[in-house]
Structure formats: structure tokens, C-alpha cells
Design a protein around this ligand. Structure first.
Ligand SMILES: [Zn+2]
Length: 322
């Protein structure tokens, strides 16, 4: 009864429908989706699509599966991207550079593992020595936007300019041109794929259409670009992120995060597939959390036939093998 009365109260207060323009989302504009003709919704879906699977029959050196660890070094850009200059909030990201990355590099060195670091252009410019050290220790530095901008809010002209700036900055600082990209917040726009092709990149790691590597289709046309898919499930931020001004809180215990990551790894092992894990130095780098990463690494290394590789190595292997 109570539910019914509150529902009718809402109905009686219902405002007139807003103008159609307010329904626009992302790169869309204009009338609401329910009014679209088939050509339009089909075209939107086909804009960027998963093509053939690039899952190899066997991984490198006969390995059963592949683990690709990645760290998105957002650092201060997780605050700057919102236009905020608060020293208090910037310090939360600074921790990633000051403590997180050194701790991660030390852990990787101890276990003799190579990983990929996705770095915004601004972060590379703020912390050039960090990028040089990451490369010197055998890891990959790849693209992650300019200032962690929301890509789908940009025009194509601005998106191209920022991608080129990010590419040039990383190439100069890391000493070699990046071969891969992870779009900030995985916010892949309708114009991102042609720009990836313009830059001649080997792979993207921002989309979610599969567990296994696949080839990206650009309006139905195979591109040769390798997609190394991600998922929020395999990301530390949704479980452990913290923003005082929003409802973002670390709701999940590190032990529970370990349990989820381990189950994802075990599933990939059972299927002979790929396990891509996304982490952030300012999140996973804390004492109570770097501990679960080490425990996970120990567990994975204890399994026979696991190939640990950077994203670039995985993409090259899949492209050459499948
Ligand atoms: Zn990021």
C-alpha cells in the first residue's frame, strides 16, 4: 500500500517531458534513442565492433595461458582532469608517483616480471624520470590520454590534437614511440579508432567485448588493431577508489578483491586464455593492498604454464600467431 501511494504521489508531481535534446548521451545528439530508425541504432553498434578472435591455440613457449599486468599511472591527473587544482586532492595522486610506482617496481623486480604502464602525457611531463626508470627496468610505457580527459566529450579535432601531443610526449620522454593505448576511463569515443589507426598503433586496451584478444572492426572493416580487453571486475579502482566529494568509497576489503582477481585468473587458466589486470599506483600502492598483489603474483607464479607479458608483447604475439 505504501509503495502504491508513493508511486501515485510521484506520478501526480511528474513534470512535463523535457525537450528531446536533453536525452543526448556521449557522442550522441538530438532525439531520444527510442525514436531512432534501424539504420541509426545499427550504425551506432557497428561503428566499433569485435572482429575475429586473436586467441592463440598456444601461448608463447607452449604456455597454457597469459597474464598481462597493467598499471594506469593517473597520479595527479585524476584530480586535474576535473579542472581541480586542490593541493589536498592532488596529493592523493602524488602518492602514486612518490610511493606507489617505486613499490610496484620493487615488487615486479623481485618476481622478475614485466608489466605495462599506461601514462597520461601530463603525468609523463610531470614525472619524466619515473617513465625512464619504468622503461629501463624492462616495462612498457603506453598511452593514456593527455590529462585523463573524458574522450567522448571531445570533438574529433581536439581528440586528435590530444592524442598526438600524448604520443609525442611519451615518445620523447620514454625514448621510444608507444605502440598501444588505453583510453582514459576506457571512454572510447566514436572517433577514437580512426585516430588509433592514424597513429599506427599496434593495440588498444580499453574495450570489453570479450575475455580474449580480438581484432577491432572499423565500420565492419578489419583494422589489424589488436584489442586486449579490460573489465571493471579486473580493476582495483571500483573496489578500492576513494573520493571524499562523491559516493566513491573503498567498499570492498582487499582480501575480497584478491578473491575476485584470483577467480578471474583461475577462469582464464581453465580456458587457456588471457588475464588482463588493471591497477593504479595511487590505489594498489598502499601497504594493505600491495600485499594482495604480491599474494596474487605468488599464486599465479605457482601455476605451471603461465606466460607473464607486457601488453605490447601479447599483442605482437597474437597478431603474428593467429
Ligand atoms: Zn586512468
Amino acid at each position: 500500500m505504501r509503495r502504491r501511494s508513493s508511486a501515485s504521489a510521484i506520478a501526480s508531481k511528474r513534470a512535463p517531458a523535457p525537450p528531446a535534446r536533453l536525452h543526448a548521451t556521449g557522442n550522441g545528439a538530438g532525439d531520444p534513442a527510442w525514436a531512432w530508425e534501424e539504420r541509426r541504432w545499427r550504425g551506432a553498434v557497428n561503428r566499433v565492433r569485435a572482429g575475429r578472435s586473436l586467441k592463440p591455440a598456444r601461448w608463447k613457449n607452449g604456455a597454457r595461458m597469459c597474464v598481462a599486468l597493467s598499471f594506469d599511472s593517473d597520479h595527479e591527473t585524476s584530480t586535474l582532469r576535473e579542472g581541480s587544482t586542490s593541493p589536498g586532492r592532488l596529493a592523493q595522486g602524488e602518492y602514486g608517483a612518490r610511493v606507489g610506482v617505486p613499490r610496484i617496481l620493487e615488487l615486479l623486480r623481485r618476481h622478475d616480471l614485466r608489466a605495462s604502464f599506461f601514462v597520461p602525457g601530463v603525468v609523463a611531463a610531470l614525472h619524466p624520470d619515473e617513465q625512464r626508470r619504468v622503461v629501463a627496468e624492462g616495462h612498457e610505457v603506453a598511452m593514456h590520454g593527455w590529462i585523463h580527459e573524458g574522450t567522448s566529450e571531445l570533438t574529433e579535432v581536439v581528440e586528435r590534437d590530444l592524442m598526438r601531443r600524448a604520443f609525442d610526449t611519451l615518445a620523447k620522454i620514454a625514448g621510444r614511440p608507444p605502440v598501444g593505448v588505453r583510453v582514459p576511463s576506457w571512454d572510447f569515443s566514436a572517433t577514437t579508432l580512426p585516430l588509433i589507426r592514424e597513429l599506427g598503433l599496434l593495440y588498444d586496451s580499453s574495450l570489453m567485448a570479450d575475455d580474449e584478444p580480438y581484432e577491432l572492426l572499423d565500420d565492419g572493416v578489419p583494422t589489424g588493431i589488436v584489442e586486449l580487453p579490460v573489465e571493471w571486475i579486473k580493476d582495483d579502482a571500483p573496489y578500492l577508489g576513494m573520493n571524499r566529494a562523491t559516493a566513491i568509497r573503498p567498499y570492498t576489503a582487499p582480501s575480497a578483491v584478491l578473491e575476485i582477481f584470483r577467480a578471474e585468473f583461475e577462469g582464464a587458466l581453465a580456458e587457456g586464455g588471457l588475464f588482463v589486470l588493471t591497477m593504479h599506483p595511487h590505489i594498489i600502492g598502499h601497504r594493505s593492498r600491495i600485499a594482495i598483489l604480491e599474494e596474487l603474483i605468488r599464486y599465479m607464479k605457482g601455476m605451471p604454464g603461465v606466460w607473464f607479458a607486457t601488453h605490447a608483447e601479447v599483442a605482437r604475439y597474437c597478431k603474428a600467431t593467429v
